[in-house]
Every structure is written in structure tokens, then in C-alpha cells.
Design a protein around this ligand. Structure first.
Ligand code: GLC
Length: 459
């Protein structure tokens, strides 16, 4: 529309000059004024046709979607562009099914999609390359985050919050049971969790558990199990050089260890827990430790939370290869068939903007994507633990093998989840499950087998 009007105006000006060639000195300024008035008119919100974008978001939780609504209202105030927010299902797998359904129809559905880091390779073809629009912003992000949204040199999404697996712990209970610091190793975690659990139960809290985490057969389990095995030197399932490394003694031992937690320091039902299930037990005050994402912070410290001032978070415990957390998080991508790509890009720019990230870090305690923001007092003061996170995003993350496996990632992760889950439920022994998993991965990816690479904690 804008281009059409520009063309019409330009033709008109040429016509004027042809007929009024002698009075060109007067016509030129008039034409320039006319042109700028017209251009201004076409870009001003009052004449711009009102646009409503559709955003498919990731947050099923009330606190987070309320915060998002507020962000979007501010966006509408700033730009005149309205946004209708579509809610999302809770589980990672259900989300991906819905996203694929909408994108696969080829019809213009949502304009902007929230995209999990691991979906970049699977969904790249449906989205615009954001690189030309965000080159500068992207160069300021944590490099590992940018890498996870880049497929064949195409920037599939702009990250808006990075995730990393963390250990939440009860400061009051640690103190009561004589521990000065959270556990640094899995061995220490086991000892502390068992002792606190026994003590709390003896006091009558029969529902109390040492450690809750994500054991349901869903993507959360891939994240947790990768942390167990990578911290022991058991690799990242499929390595950066495309070798399938998962069938190794360190990974097997790490799974066996976790299987022993079920029913001892963790509830038997943990094999059905997703993030929100663990959070519910934790916020109720019924667990000493929890593995979860940074987003668990906000509900833990909400008014009315029984553990409001009684917890903190730390890096997850480590093993032989150090302490690691799985890299997660979401970004925003623009549909290739959006009928409002310009406005959609504006929305992505706004939602990933510096000041919006700063506000989000204060309201929702979500870590920003830009390392420089971690030095700001307004970010650090309400979130002292961010110091640790900015280190962790540089040095302590392990990435799921979604980049190496591209479109096949869902298949790879599903097979991995089934294998680990069968060990947790006692259905299969860990060596048996690892061998079967290896065979299946060779069959589906065509990659060769090999050992885990060096210090496998790094992406
Ligand atoms: C979190 C992470 C995401 C991960 C999911 C698994 O939302 O940000 O990357 O895939 O949890 O449940």
C-alpha cells in the first residue's frame, strides 16, 4: 500500500514538472511538502488499517499469561497494533503437535509463534529468516542462545528468555539439618535429601519428599536425564560430530542412580511429573529440593506461598564432568505466510527489547538473553542469583542434540524418553534400554556410534 502510494505520488510529480517546467522553482517545494504529508498520512496509526496480530504463546500459567497481556497492551499503546493471544497446551509434545498442525495447513494462521529452542531445526521452513532484521541485537546475546535458534545460517527465532535447569533448595531446612550450602554433587544431594526427608517425616509430615523433578514421559525428562548423564561424562546422546554416544557406562550409571530415587527420596509418582507437578509439591512445602527452570521462582516466592522466604536456587549438583544445566527457553518466530509480516516483526522486536526484558526480569524473575543486562542494578538487585546464571549460560550448559538431528529431533527425543522412562519404572534394565536406544537411533538417524566427546558438559 505504502509503495503504491509512493509510486502514484512520484508519477504525479513527474507530470507536474512536465507541464510546469518554467515554474519548476515553485513546484518543487510544493511537491515535496505534498509527498511528505502523504507519506506521513499513510504511516500514521489513524489512517493505517487497524491490524490485529495473532500470537501463539507458550505459557499455560496464569501469572505468566497475565504478565504477557500487560506487555501486549503496552505494545498496542506504542504502535496501535493489536494482538490476540492464543493459549497453549501444557506439555511440550502437545504444543509441538498444535504448532505443526497450524503451520502445516499453509493457511495464514498465527503471525507470531513462540518457539522452543529445540524446535528450530524441525520448524525452520515455516518461518522468516530474522537475521536481516535483528543482526545487531543477535550479536549482543549469549552466543549459545543464538546458536540454538540458527539453522543453516538462518535465524529462525529471536530468543526472549533462556532457560537452564536449576536446583531449588529449602534454606530453612538446610540450616535446621546442619548444612551450610546446597549440594555440589549428586552424592551429596542424595545424602541430604534422605536425611531431611526422614527428619521431616518423623515430625509428622508424612507426605514430605527429599527431591522432586520431571519424570513424566515428556520433553522435561530429556532435559533432566541429560543433566544426570552429561554431568557424569555420559555425553549428550548424539554428539556435535553426529556420533551416537548414549550407550556408555556413565550414562547407564546416571540413569540407574535416578531410578533408585523413585520411591526413596522422590515420590513414586515422580515418573508422571511435569514441571508444574513438581512445582506444586515444592510450593506446598513438601520437598527439600526441586529441579526446575528459572520460571519456577515466581510462584515459589508469590504472596501466599508457604515457602516464600525459605528457598533459594543454585546450579544443579555435578558429577565427574562438573555441574551442568540443560539449555532451554523460547523465542519468537514470524510465520512465512503471515499477512502482516511488518507488524509481526515489530512485535518480535518489542517482546525481545532491552527494556521489556528488564521489566520481565523484575516481574517474573526471568533471566534476560543479553549478558550486559546482568550488570544492571535494576536487574540484579531483585534477582541476586542472576550472577550465577550469567556464568552458567556461558560455561555450564548442555544443549539437547536438536541442532545435529534437525527434523529428526522429535523422533530422537521420543526414543530417548521411552528408554529412560522404562528404566525409571523398572520395566527395563539400564544397559538393556541403552543398547536398544542406540540401535533405534542408528536406524532412524543413519549416524554412527562413538564415545561421548571430551568434556561433554559444553554445547
Ligand atoms: C521449558 C524449556 C524448554 C523445554 C521444556 C521441557 O519450557 O524452556 O526448552 O523443552 O521446558 O518441558
Amino acid at each position: 500500500m505504502l509503495m503504491k502510494i509512493q509510486r502514484v505520488v512520484a508519477q504525479g510529480i513527474r507530470g507536474h514538472y512536465a507541464g510546469w517546467s518554467n515554474s519548476g522553482k515553485m513546484v518543487r517545494p510544493i511537491c515535496i511538502v505534498l509527498l511528505s504529508l502523504l507519506l506521513e498520512a499513510c504511516t500514521s496509526p489513524s489512517v493505517r488499517e487497524p491490524v490485529t496480530l495473532t500470537l501463539l504463546d507458550e505459557w499455560p500459567n496464569k501469572t505468566f499469561s497475565e504478565a504477557r497481556q500487560q506487555e501486549l497492551q503496552q505494545f498496542t499503546r506504542e504502535t496501535g497494533i493489536r494482538v490476540s493471544l492464543l493459549p497453549s497446551p501444557e506439555s511440550g509434545r502437545q504444543k509441538l503437535v498444535l504448532w505443526r498442525e497450524l503451520l502445516g495447513t499453509g493457511a495464514s494462521g498465527p503471525d507470531v509463534y513462540a518457539v522452543d529452542v529445540i524446535w528450530s531445526g524441525m520448524l525452520a521452513e515455516y518461518f522468516l529468516d530474522l537475521k536481516p532484521y535483528f543482526a545487531n541485537e543477535v550479536s549482543l546475546q549469549f552466543p549459545a542462545i543464538t546458536a540454538s535458534y540458527t539453522v543453516d545460517n538462518k535465524l529462525v527465532a529471536m530468543a526472549y528468555h533462556p532457560d537452564i535447569g536449576l536446583l531449588y533448595y529449602r534454606t530453612d531446612l538446610l540450616r535446621q539439618y546442619g548444612y551450610r550450602e546446597p549440594p555440589r554433587t549428586w552424592d551429596e544431594l542424595e545424602i541430604m535429601a534422605a536425611r531431611i526427608q526422614a527428619g521431616e517425616r518423623a515430625k509428622g509430615k508424612k507426605q514430605f519428599w527429599g527431591f522432586v523433578w520431571q519424570g513424566a514421559a515428556d520433553e522435561g525428562l530429556t532435559c533432566d536425564a541429560l543433566e544426570w548423564q552429561a554431568s557424569e561424562g555420559g555425553g549428550r546422546i548424539i554428539e556435535e560430530n553426529q556420533t551416537i554416544s548414549v550407550n556408555n557406562p556413565q550414562a547407564i550409571r546416571a540413569w540407574q542412580r535416578a531410578a533408585h530415587w523413585v520411591g526413596s527420596i522422590s515420590p513414586p509418582g515422580v515418573v508422571g511429573y511435569r514441571e508444574w507437578d513438581s512445582l506444586n509439591v515444592w510450593v506446598a512445602g513438601d520437598a527439600a529440593f526441586m529441579r526446575n527452570w528459572p520460571s519456577a521462582y515466581v510462584d515459589s516466592r508469590a504472596a501466599g506461598s508457604p515457602i516464600r522466604n525459605k528457598f533459594d536456587s543454585a546450579l544443579l549438583p555435578g558429577g565427574k564432568a562438573g555441574r551442568v544445566g540443560t539449555l532451554g527457553g523460547f523465542g519468537f518466530a514470524v510465520s512465512r505466510v503471515s499477512v502482516h509480516p511488518r507488524e509481526a516483526l515489530e512485535l518480535v522486536r518489542y517482546l525481545t527489547r532491552r527494556d521489556v526484558q528488564v521489566k520481565r526480569s523484575r516481574v517474573l524473575a526471568l533471566p534476560p538473553t543479553l549478558p550486559e543486562l546482568y550488570n544492571l542494578p535494576e536487574v540484579l538487585e531483585p534477582n541476586p542469583r542472576f550472577d550465577l546464571l550469567s556464568q552458567a549460560f556461558r560455561a555450564s550448559i548442555v544443549s539437547r542434540p536438536s541442532n545435529v538431528t534437525g527434523k529428526k529431533y522429535q523422533n530422537v527425543t521420543d526414543t530417548y524418553i521411552q528408554a529412560v522412562h522404562s528404566v525409571l519404572t523398572g520395566e527395563k534394565s539400564a544397559p538393556e534400554a541403552a543398547a536398544a536406544l542406540e540401535n533405534e537411533l542408528v536406524r532412524t538417524t543413519g549416524f554412527k556410534t562413538g564415545p561421548p566427546l571430551g568434556k561433554s558438559a559444553h554445547p
